[in-house]
Write a protein that binds this ligand. Structure first.
Ligand code: SAM
Length: 285
């Protein structure tokens, strides 16, 4: 069910998406030299209407539900978390999951199109009214109000920041919005293995959806360009920064997080090259 801008609840903050912004932009824009596109601001040109519409095919909610199990919910409950800010809402998978589990959730994202889709998904999956806020992580405190027990930034989202300055700024904004004993959970692809094992040995990386492939199209130390191919042969690309695991851990520590546990594909013990995803759980106290 598609909802209009007026249906987006701005009560949690001041950043209701602009009507003009919500006009679906159908084409991804990478310009003449896609490999030169290495900018933190570019994500809004990548998550265009047609790609957003397909995103749920890519992530397949049911399969994702099964493969994640209760990992994130357990992490939050173990720390007595009540309020959660989902800063990379996307189409709303985790926000809906949190509401289902009784958490007090606010759903932020820098893409108005993603927020519109998330809002309609909330209604479709359980009749939830998502509290959506249009906010870029780098200016989070300006647009989102309140303090939270936890912040989640999931689905390999942090990778969209291309400069260290932006990463530090975003982490500092997350840190500031957490209560004194808050927890930040960020996940990322295992770029170390993609960078170190070389391009030729790559297997196809499947996110979750069947028949939808997500594979590296180009990799260097400053760019991971992934191609997403759908059963109807449509193709989309995302230009991302290949975050190394220990680099992200170091940044989190330097911003002030005291304890950081990194899981590999939801497991506590793993060999570094094996997992497709790392999950960092960072505690403030
Ligand atoms: N968490 C969702 C999931 O797992 O399905 C969405 C993941 S999607 C890969 C990344 C999301 O991060 C997009 O919705 C995008 O708009 C958002 N994003 C990227 N950079 C951002 C930024 N600087 N500020 C706010 N949102 C951002």
């Amino acid at each position: 069910m598609a909802k209009s801008v007026d249906d987006l609840d701005s009560s949690a903050g001041t950043g209701t998406p602009d009507t003009a912004d919500l006009v679906a932009r159908e084409e991804q824009v990478f310009g003449e030299n896609p490999l030169d596109v290495r900018e933190s601001d570019h994500y809004t040109h990548e998550y265009v209407g047609s790609f957003v519409e397909k995103w749920d095919e890519l992530i397949d909610w049911k399969k994702r539900y099964e493969s994640e199990g209760s990992f994130f919910i357990d992490q939050l409950k173990a720390r007595g978390v009540r309020s959660v800010l989902d800063v990379a809402t996307g189409t709303g998978f985790h926000s809906v999951r949190l509401l289902e589990e009784g958490f007090d959730a606010v759903s932020a994202d820098g893409s108005p199109q993603m927020l519109a889709k998330a809002f309609s998904n909330g209604l479709t999956y359980g009749g939830h009214i998502l509290r959506v806020v249009h906010a870029d992580w780098r200016w989070l405190n300006r647009d989102v109000h309140g303090e939270y027990d936890a912040i989640i930034c999931l689905g390999n989202s942090f990778t969209h920041l291309f400069s260290e300055r932006d990463r530090r700024k975003a982490l500092a904004e997350f840190y500031a919005m957490l209560k004194h004993d808050g927890v930040l959970i960020i996940d990322q692809r295992n770029y170390d293995s993609i960078l170190d094992d070389g391009f030729s040995s790559k297997h196809t990386y499947y996110y979750a959806g069947e028949d939808v492939s997500a594979e590296p199209d180009y990799i260097d130390e400053g760019l991971a360009r992934f191609k997403y191919t759908f059963p109807d042969k449509s193709e989309f690309f995302l230009n991302m920064y290949p975050l190394r695991k220990n680099y992200v851990r170091r940044l989190m520590r330097e911003v002030g997080f005291q304890r950081i546990d990194t899981y590999g594909d939801f497991q506590e013990t793993y060999h570094d090259a094996e997992p497709d995803f790392f999950i960092h759980v960072a505690e403030k106290k």
